[in-house]
Design a protein around this ligand. Structure first.
Ligand SMILES: [Cu+2]
Length: 493
């Protein structure tokens, strides 16, 4: 809960008219203003786990009674405890229990995490999925479901990968380090060289990142040499699509932290580790083990690396920011997995960073696009764009008043959007926290384009979304890197 004055949110009559359960919980809360005052507008999601329904509540802090509510599709992700309960139900099942008892058999968190069942009367039962791996068997992977309300095993839930003889990746899920208790939601970080302050920013760990499904390592109030560059930077959308839809598509979440290796101390509290050597993730070690969960900081001598490792089902992701001493900012995303039945099939990961620039220390910014032959052209209205490597297409965010700017230079491996990936860059007017997530229902595709409605972005407070697309095909040549991401490079325009 972001604000104690909202404790009464679940008791509002607008909520009570729609949800009657005794265990209502606030699943998401956000202020819609940058600097929320005593009467700030807010948006919240209240979830009723008994009826398994949710409502979105919008209103103002100063007039809670006047808040409005409407039904929305929101289903909380299963946590570790709920998953373990589902596994216990499987152990007690006449057919699947003995399978799990066999040598080498394991239960794992699969994709998708839920396979809910809609009943004939329109009510929905929550069904938590469980992956069974039986390596001695011809069928090595089965994904079954467990109905949350009564522990009934659902044999062939809809929308999960079919039973499979494929055993992709030989890295067993481990994730066995302790979870830090407590610790700060965010920390302030400064990088100094001599008497010069190079960087000053606030960092949220994935577990406290914004968005209803998290957004990886999140940066706010990022200043280089005393001048604000970014108000906020994170990656609220992450999804994956398989060729021929042989698995998925899946929308991933970015708030579940997983163990990696980070050696150092925690001067600001648990969950934020200042490292004395380079942190090592599953992409470095090839295993799912580690001694730390949270955000690791490591200065290489020329840049500050800020990174964490995420889990979503069998996926493992590295979420990273590199802040170079010279002012360059490199967002990075890395792609890995533990043992599963899908990732040896060709698939493409899509990650979408949301960058809220305050280049030149002001919110009045503009984006220009460069193309060979045409030079720089200002973007005046909200729009979405694709990359064009043949024309060396790139972008820059400029502050017209001062001539300061930051180039957005696509990474060599960032790909180009297909129909599922939608686009590579969006320029939007800043519309507060209402536009941190895309309104998506149960479609896994990115819906950032829903925010494009012709508003002016010329010298305005604006937001840039940048998409990268990573083709993961284990039958093809090994990619030079499992990381994607652009470079944000300081310019004098
Ligand atoms: Cu992959």
């Amino acid at each position: 809960m972001a604000d104690p004055s909202l404790a009464g949110l679940t008791d509002l009559s607008a909520v009570r008219e729609r949800l009657t359960g005794s265990r209502l919980e606030v699943a998401d809360f956000r202020f819609l203003d940058r600097e929320p005052g005593p009467d700030a507008p807010f948006r919240a999601v209240v979830h009723d786990p008994d009826a398994y329904r949710s409502v979105e509540v919008t209103g103002r802090l100063g007039d809670l009674a006047g808040a409005a509510a409407r039904a929305v599709q929101f289903r909380p992700l299963p946590g570790r405890e709920e998953f373990e309960r589902a596994v216990e139900a499987v152990r007690g099942h006449a057919e699947f229990g003995p399978l799990l008892a066999a040598g080498g058999a394991t239960a794992y968190r699969p994709m998708p995490p839920l396979a809910d069942v809609t009943n004939g009367d329109g009510t929905v039962d929550r069904v938590v999925t469980v992956g069974l791996r039986t390596p001695e068997d011809a069928v090595k992977h089965r994904i079954i479901g467990v109905r949350a309300k009564d522990g009934t095993v659902v044999r062939d839930p809809e929308g999960v990968p079919a039973p499979s003889a494929r055993d992709c990746v030989t890295t067993p899920a481990a994730d066995n380090c302790p979870s830090p208790a407590g610790g700060p939601r965010a920390v302030r970080v400064r990088v100094r060289r001599g008497t010069t302050e190079l960087w000053d920013l606030v960092v949220n760990r994935p577990a406290t990142s914004s968005g209803s499904y998290g957004s990886g390592v999140e940066l706010r109030f990022v200043a280089h040499k005393g001048e604000r560059v970014l108000y906020q930077a994170h990656a609220p959308i992450l999804n994956v699509r398989y060729a021929g839809d042989r698995c998925g598509p899946y929308r991933d979440w970015e708030k579940e932290e997983v163990c990696f290796n980070a050696t150092g101390s925690e001067p600001a509290g648990p969950g934020y580790r200042l490292c004395t050597s380079a942190p090592r993730t599953i992409l470095d070690t090839g295993n799912d083990q580690g001694d730390f969960r949270g955000v690791a900081f490591f200065h290489t001598g020329s840049e500050l690396r800020i990174l964490s490792e995420l889990a979503a089902g069998w996926y493992r992701y590295v979420t990273e920011w590199r802040l170079a001493d010279d002012g360059a900012i490199r967002p990075r995303f890395g792609f890995g997995a533990v043992t599963n039945p899908c990732t040896c099939l060709s698939h493409t990961h899509h990650v979408y960073w949301r960058l809220d620039p305050d280049v030149g220390g002001t919110t009045a910014n503009r984006v220009d696009e460069f193309n060979d032959g045409a030079g720089w052209t200002p973007i005046r209205r909200e729009t979405q764009r694709t990359r064009d490597p043949a024309r060396h297409r790139q972008w820059r965010v400029v502050a017209p008043a001062s001539g300061r700017g930051y180039g957005i230079v696509p990474g060599a491996g960032d790909g180009t959007a297909d129909a599922y990936g939608v686009a590579d860059l969006w320029v939007l007017r800043y519309r507060g926290a209402a536009e941190i997530d895309d309104p998506r229902g149960f479609d896994t595709r990115a819906h950032i384009g829903d925010f494009v409605n012709g508003e002016s972005v010329d010298g305005q407070d604006l937001v840039v979304w940048y998409g990268a697309h990573f083709l993961h095909d284990q039958s093809g040549p090994r990619p030079p890197s499992h990381f994607v991401g652009p470079e944000l490079r300081p310019l004098i325009v």
